[in-house]
Design a protein around this ligand. Structure first.
Ligand code: ADP
Length: 392
């Protein structure tokens, strides 16, 4: 009996950003130019949409360097490199951004493409499973195109090896056939710019890291910078916020624009319906004031330091269950029933920044201000007393 032939669906539909139009175009999955093996899937992938994905609601992403708030130690040198490359008519050197999530790495990748008047192809490390995936992707790039790989530390070793020659010599070598019919084909590529983004620079292999000509670390934003982010986003969303309310949202945003935008949306919801079942919100022309913002954020479980429920549970677990530590992140993840990656990428960076925890060779430890805050949380007190602990 003839066996049914299973035809695999392409894994995802490529999305290409056209800088001229600023719109994401879902183009039909182009087959890889290479006949590498039968059944090669096209690879381009957009990461899953997040709640605050700008394409779903309103586009809050800055489009140009001039709109991008803060990070001057990144934007200033990067702007020079972009202008110089453009003047020479050459593609920009490969760029690596690292830092905690939500600080604007993806935004910068898209700004680079726009400023270079180039197309950007957006994919992520885990989406590029096999060498054929990356070869197909690279062979479709045109001169000057930007290939953005999010979570680049999660590339498989085999895929990463293809990137070495692609980044350095703009070619890929791959094998076709097998046994006596095996032969190596060297495929020349157009000169492109790889922009990599990672929350874990330490997990990148040295050969990959060294192939980036421009490497930047993104820092948490100051409260003043985040206040500007909130005001800008409020303007785009058409929400009126008093200066003090914008500052209040900024102060509780853990130094992160993505959180600032999310909290602004929650404050807007609260203001629109008056925060209760009556559904009577503020007057259409009225501005959100500080008290309203504070109450909306309290309902969201965000405390005065900007810590949310998971941050507080982490701190309490370390302070109480592990008597302040040291505790390994695996043990903490198990106790909290959370992914280790979430703790390392999302929870710990800000707690480290405000000096509530430290990382030691033996594990995580709670500092005295961290212990104090955990105690106040446990006893239901306000976090006011620990305000000085901010920005240690
Ligand atoms: P990352 O890639 O580092 O996780 P994103 O680039 O996706 O972060 O940024 C998250 C959101 O924060 C974006 O949608 C954007 O609206 C906002 N944002 C990031 N950086 C800035 C900035 N410098 N100025 C204004 N908004 C920003």
């Amino acid at each position: 009996m003839a066996r049914e032939r299973v035809i695999r669906e392409p894994k995802a539909i490529p999305a290409v950003l056209d800088p001229a139009e600023g719109t994401k175009k879902a183009s039909a999955a182009k087959p890889a130019r290479l006949p590498v093996t039968e059944g090669v899937d096209s690879v381009l992938v957009r990461p899953p949409l997040r709640e605050d994905d700008d394409s779903v609601i309103k586009d809050l992403r800055p489009k140009r360097f001039a709109e991008y708030i803060g990070q001057s130690t990144v934007v200033d040198p990067l702007g020079i490199a972009v202008r110089a490359a453009k003047k020479r008519g050459e593609p920009l050197d490969h760029v690596l951004f690292h830092g905690p999530p939500g600080l604007g790495k993806t935004t910068l990748a898209h700004i680079i493409a726009r400023e270079m008047e180039a197309h950007v192809t957006h994919t992520s490390g885990p989406a590029l499973e096999r060498p054929a995936d990356v070869v197909g992707l690279l062979s479709n790039l045109k001169k000057g195109d930007v290939l953005f790989i999010d979570e680049i530390h999660r590339l498989s070793h085999a895929v990463e090896e293809y990137l070495y020659s692609a980044m350095e010599d703009f070619r890929v070598d791959f094998m076709t056939g097998s046994g006596a019919f095996a032969k190596t084909i060297s495929l020349p590529l157009e000169k492109f710019t790889l922009v990599g983004s990672t929350t874990r620079a330490g997990m990148l292999t040295a050969p990959l890291r060294e192939r980036f000509g421009l490497t930047y670390h993104l820092e948490f934003y100051t409260d003043d910078e985040l206040t500007l982010v909130v005001k800008r986003s409020a303007g785009i969303l058409g929400v009126k916020v008093e200066a003090e309310a914008a500052a209040e949202i900024a102060r509780r945003s853990r130094g992160t624009p993505r959180i600032a935008n999310r909290l602004l949306r929650r404050v807007r919801d609260y203001a629109e319906v008056g925060g209760d079942a009556s559904g009577i919100g503020i007057e259409p022309d009225a501005a959100v004031n500080k008290d309203m913002a504070a109450e909306a954020l309290r309902l969201e479980g965000v405390d005065e330091l900007g810590l949310d429920r998971l941050d507080r549970t982490y701190l309490q677990t370390l302070a109480v269950n592990y008597q302040g530590g040291p505790a390994g992140v695996e043990a903490l993840a198990a106790s909290l029933n959370e992914e280790q990656q979430t703790l390392v990428d999302v929870v710990e960076p800000f707690l480290l920044k405000i000096g509530f925890i430290v990382r030691t060779p033996a594990g995580r430890r709670c500092t005295p201000p961290g212990m104090q805050h955990a105690g106040e949380v446990t006893h239901g007190k306000s976090a006011k007393g620990t305000q000085q602990a901010r920005l240690v």
